[in-house]
Ligand binder design. Structure first.
Ligand code: HEM
Length: 363
């Protein structure tokens, strides 16, 4: 007998033993499954015995027995929610995620065709003003660089086998996916660090103020040439990006950590218990594997929503607007760009004398 056969034989024997234990436990009077399947017409305390079909039906519906080994999950022989989870993941979750991603790409392309690149209305001043310091750009590129890898490796996990595998073959796909998964797990921490640093540096500039309402009502002037609603360092659109990044990072990180350390957390049960205070009626007694499945679905939904928002951000910070990229590239922006898009910030800087370092145009 080869080693492989011996291992397979041992695994089979173990499965049969656990199955027998669970079936015995399920068949015990007073057992969880029995409680579900007992004949309601029998009025006495005596439960009687259940027949095979009732017992298997209970097991098929996820009845839990008793096991004496440390792995409590082994007490559930058939976890039906797994079927539902897989159907959701490979069905509506993937389909609607694809709609959302392509929808955003389509909208951005349409915006580009209709509006074109947003130009500096007064042309370039020819000299620059400092916009972001080295540490601010470091925080930005730490979160942006890691986010891009997280997004691509995450999308590969959701869609890769349908999109990439047929093109590059199984072996290359397996290698890419394995390395992508390692990157996904480790870069998650770089991303969290980047967001935490950006939060500390920028939160003070992202407190809503009265100008934000005007900015939002005018659509930020994005749809009208020459319209530039007043704004401080960050306009209302950027504040929405900032707070979305902050909240989505918290949510995607917690669900991601739950996936990294399976069966250790109860985030979903706790969230459901909290939501039940507001009139919901969500299950709070979740099996450990259900926690994992819900975490996976939530992680994917938040991740895709995050990517959709960031696609719009990347567009406006690069091809969509003349002069914007320099803010995060060199850290210096053209003075006319600054006056058009962030006039109140420029005024503040001038008043406090912080614009003295601006380079003047060459004579
Ligand atoms: C990868 C391509 C990216 C480009 C080209 C880019 C570009 C920019 C630029 C030019 C700014 C400064 C805007 C200004 O001066 O007013 C900025 C700001 C910012 N970026 Fe990015 N970014 C990218 C990715 C990301 C990612 C992945 C995140 C977060 C997940 C992010 C989060 C932010 C935040 C929170 C701000 C400040 C608020 C705002 O301006 O919207 N960026 N980005």
């Amino acid at each position: 007998m080869t080693t492989t056969n011996r291992v397979a034989g041992a695994a089979r024997a173990m499965f049969v033993a656990i199955a027998a234990m669970v079936m015995l436990a399920v068949a015990q009077p007073g057992g969880a499954a029995l409680a579900q399947t007992a004949n309601p017409d029998v009025q006495s305390e005596a439960q009687g015995s259940i027949d095979d079909s009732q017992m298997w039906q209970a097991i098929r519906k996820g009845a839990t027995g008793n096991v004496s080994i440390p792995d409590r999950n082994a007490a559930t022989l058939i976890q039906s929610e797994g079927d539902n989870w897989r159907a959701i993941r490979n069905g509506p979750l993937s389909v609607y995620s694809a709609y959302a991603l392509f929808g955003m790409i389509f909208l951005l392309a349409l915006f580009f065709v209709l509006r074109g690149r947003i130009k500096i209305d007064h042309g370039k001043a020819g000299y620059t003003v400092p916009r972001f310091s080295g540490i601010e750009r470091f925080a930005h590129w730490l979160m942006a660089g890691s986010f891009v890898v997280l997004a691509l490796s995450g999308l590969n996990m959701l869609f890769g086998r349908y999109v990439l595998m047929p093109v590059i073959g199984k072996e290359a796909f397996a290698a890419i996916t394995m390395w992508g998964k390692y990157l996904h797990n480790y870069l998650a921490f770089a991303f969290m660090a980047g967001v935490a640093l950006a939060f500390v540096l920028w939160v003070v500039h992202n407190i809503p103020n009265r100008h934000d309402l005007v900015w939002l009502m005018k659509g930020g002037g994005l749809f009208t040439k020459g319209s530039h609603p007043p704004s401080k360092k960050f306009n209302a659109g950027q504040k929405l990006v900032f707070w979305s990044v902050t909240l989505l990072t918290i949510s995607v990180s917690l669900s991601g950590i739950a996936l990294m350390f399976p069966f250790e957390t109860h985030f979903m049960a706790k969230t459901f218990a909290f939501l039940n205070n507001f009139g919901f009626d969500l299950p709070t007694n979740l099996a450990p594997i259900q926690e994992q499945q819900l975490n996976q679905v939530w992680h994917a939904i938040v991740g895709v929503a995050f990517i959709v928002i960031i696609l719009a951000h990347i567009y406006i910070g690069s091809v969509g607007m003349e002069g914007a990229f320099d803010a995060m590239g060199s850290g210096e922006v053209d003075a006319n760009w600054a006056r058009e898009h962030h006039n109140l910030w420029v005024e503040e800087m001038e008043k406090s004398g912080q614009l003295k370092s601006a380079r003047q145009p060459a004579e």
